[in-house]
Design a protein around this ligand. Structure first.
Ligand SMILES: NC(=O)c1ccc[n+]([C@@H]2O[C@H](COP(=O)([O-])OP(=O)(O)OC[C@H]3O[C@@H](n4cnc5c(N)ncnc54)[C@H](OP(=O)(O)O)[C@@H]3O)[C@@H](O)[C@H]2O)c1
Length: 298
């Protein structure tokens, strides 16, 4: 398997601290059942997606103990443990699930610690390579949550700290205390805001200023909802460019992100081997300035 076939928008890899990863990861949030809740209809299919991801050359998987809860992580361990040496598993702390399938903050120091223990146990790891502090505005000061992350890093449970759902001010506040290897915020062909950001409470002030800061500081930017949750076909610019290249809207959405910035590292989610392969192949699509402009127009 050649993992290093042409990458239309270089670089082909990025550094997360001292770890090199290919510039397209896999988001494991689509592995559990509907609404990111409970078991998938076909767990063998979910494990096949994970195995194929590694086989293709993907060496970054984004997950969290609260997907399922504890379903994505268990499937990852079942499919891939003992893990390939170069596989990076990134997790998120700061959220939890409610019995009604809702999402809620879990961001107090003792809650972050509990989440980290759940990740370590369910992923069968002694240390997690990259852990995002997934911020949600609450009555807990950001500094308190960040200090808890730094303490867990000093204890050897976390290798590198990353942030998620954060504006420029919080990234700068964090950088005063610790290196930050990645920022994971909502971003796709619609930019970093819009309807999807609003309904998912993922709105962050000045999303493009966050991306610019990541470029300036060489921080990887992991756009979540890179495929607009599977709705890229409704974007007229994307559809037009997809037709022109003979590619799918999802592939054009990924190619656009890779061309948009050198620090962009998309983590599309899928429960399908076919979609996974299609998404991986998008790395080879070269978009022209004209294509980029057409997509930017909407
Ligand atoms: N930090 C955060 O707060 C946060 C929030 C949300 C997500 N995330 C992370 O970001 C990752 C990506 O986000 P996401 O999975 O929610 O959304 P997404 O990647 O924008 O879209 C995933 C959806 O697109 C569909 N899809 C995937 N590939 C496709 C293709 N080639 N053609 C057509 N449809 C396709 C999938 O359906 P199929 O299963 O049928 O392929 C799935 O429903 C997540 O998995 C998670 O790791 C982080």
């Amino acid at each position: 398997m050649n993992h290093d076939e042409p990458h239309a928008h270089l670089p082909a890899t990025l550094l997360l601290g001292d770890i090199e990863v290919r510039r397209l990861g896999y988001g494991a949030m689509r592995l559990p059942g509907k609404d990111v809740w409970g078991e998938p209809d076909d767990p063998a299919r979910a494990r096949a997606v994970l195995k194929r991801a590694v086989d293709l050359g993907i060496n970054l998987i984004d997950t969290s103990w609260y997907y399922g809860p504890l379903v994505s992580n268990r499937l990852i361990a079942e499919a891939l443990h003992p893990y390939p040496k170069d596989l990076v598993i990134a997790t998120k702390l700061g959220g939890k699930r409610l019995p009604d399938k809702g999402w809620a903050p879990f961001i107090r120091p003792e809650e972050l610690r509990k989440g980290c223990e759940e990740d370590l146990r369910s992923l069968k790891l002694d240390r997690i390579d990259v852990v995002h502090l997934r911020y949600m505005p609450t009555d807990v000061p950001f500094a308190e949550s960040l200090d808890a992350m730094i303490a867990m890093q000093q204890e050897g449970k976390i290798r590198h700290i990353a942030l998620s759902n954060v504006p420029v001010a919080l990234i700068l506040e964090a950088l005063n205390k610790t290196p930050v290897v990645a920022v994971q915020n909502l971003y796709n062909v619609h930019g970093g805001g819009g309807f999807l950001a609003k309904v998912t409470h993922a709105e962050v002030e000045s999303p493009d200023a966050v991306l610019a800061l990541c470029e300036e500081r060489n921080i990887a930017y992991l756009p979540f909802f890179p495929l607009v949750v599977g709705n890229l076909g409704q974007h007229s610019g994307v559809s037009e460019v997809a037709k022109k290249h003979g590619k799918s809207p999802a592939q054009i959405g990924i190619a656009w992100l890779l061309a948009r910035s050198k620090v962009m590292l998309p983590i599309p989610g899928t429960s399908s081997v076919e979609h996974l392969e299609e998404n991986w192949a998008a790395r080879g699509i070269a978009l022209s300035a004209e294509d980029m402009a057409l997509i930017a127009r909407g």
